[in-house]
Design a protein. Structure first.
Length: 352
């Protein structure tokens, strides 16, 4: 029987909504949940848990090849990523000044950046410090893919002892990051320390998720917690205000303790029929919501900036609701059919 983790879907969807709020302050009258960037770390942990559930036994038993696993991950992520790039390019163009528009070097830089982005690769654009200047949130997708490839090549072979050692090293690196910067909100720029931080956050989070999946049966086996407790716990973390010098410590507390608790308990929660449908839709909308929110919000604001400002925070509520509907529609009419076709075409070449 296929196991579905609907509460984990809801966690991912709600985390994506907090990312939208974090990046669209003008739509909310300046409202900003300071710790919402931690949603990315929750994404990493959830990704590791779900990947271990779906593929670890198959990789260990040789039921799928490493090439198949890598292709599966690319097919899962690429179609929605591809269509989001068009929105990202348009959003970049609306911000271009007349001087830049007539500057050949800038246009060449934009074309090169677009081509690199199409390949899931970081790029440089004149005037930007971000790894993915067309759409900054792509940074986490890049790191997730890199860590996924590492997992498919060798990580799935880690014994639990090796995995614990890996997590101890990664955890120490996270502690150093929090100590040096006062927080762990890093990984999206070209600074060397930021790139290292991206690998640390993604590697630790994804392999923590793998470990939680492996030990789920021996931890909290009989703890019954309602869905709303898990969802509220995560939401409260994101809503904690700026703690100044305590931000780093709080970030670590969330990643080391709160998020693992949410994932473990959430994987055991059951939902009623109505809640299940809502949770499933939140999970389905989460990835396109994450990819599309930045360029779509920029395009809307460019054309209706004063309307957005004058009607905040209702503008933000409408934005989130509209993005969720649009994401679900895209997933149904575009993403699922395209992934199905790509799977039938490309995975045949890698089946044993």
């Amino acid at each position: 029987m296929k196991v579905t983790y609907l509460t984990l879907d809801a966690l991912r969807g709600i985390a994506a909504i907090f990312v939208v709020i974090f990046h669209t302050g003008a739509y909310w009258g300046g409202l900003s949940f300071h710790q919402s960037f931690l949603a990315v770390d929750m994404f990493f942990i959830l990704s590791g848990f779900v990947i271990a559930h779906a593929y670890e036994a198959k990789l260990v038993n040789g039921d799928i090849t490493i090439k198949s696993f890598i292709m599966i991950r690319i097919i899962r992520l690429y179609p929605m990523y591809f269509i989001s790039i068009f929105f990202a390019v348009f959003a970049t163009l609306v911000k271009v000044t007349d001087v830049q528009l007539h500057d050949g070097s800038y246009l060449n830089s934009l074309i090169q950046s677009s081509l690199f982005t199409l390949l899931f690769l970081p790029s440089q654009l004149v005037g930007s410090i971000f790894l993915f200047p067309l759409n900054t949130p792509y940074w986490s997708v890049f790191y997730e893919l890199v860590v996924n490839f590492f997992y498919g090549l060798i990580g799935f072979k880690f014994t639990n002892k090796v995995l614990v050692l890996f997590l101890l090293v990664g955890g120490f690196a996270l502690i150093m990051l929090a100590y040096l910067h006062g927080h762990i909100d890093a990984g999206m720029t070209w600074r060397q320390t930021s790139i290292l931080s991206g690998f640390v956050r993604s590697g630790f989070g994804i392999f923590l998720g793998v470990y939680l999946y492996r030990v789920r049966a021996s931890i909290l086996p009989s703890l019954k917690v309602p869905n709303w407790v898990v969802l509220l716990t995560m939401a409260v973390v994101f809503m904690i205000p700026d703690l100044g010098k305590l931000n780093g410590a709080f970030n670590l507390f969330a990643i080391f303790l709160v998020f693992p608790f949410c994932v473990l308990v959430g994987s055991r929660c059951e939902s009623g029929k109505v809640a299940s449908q809502i949770f499933r839709m939140l999970g389905q909308a989460s990835y396109p919501l994450y990819l599309l929110h930045s360029p779509v919000s920029i395009l809307i604001y460019f054309n209706f900036g004063m309307v957005v400002k004058n009607n905040a925070p209702y503008s933000g509520m409408i934005l989130v609701a509209g993005l969720i509907v649009f994401s679900l529609l895209l997933e149904k009419v575009y993403d699922i059919p395209v992934r199905r076709n790509l799977t039938s075409v490309f995975l045949k070449r890698h089946r044993k």
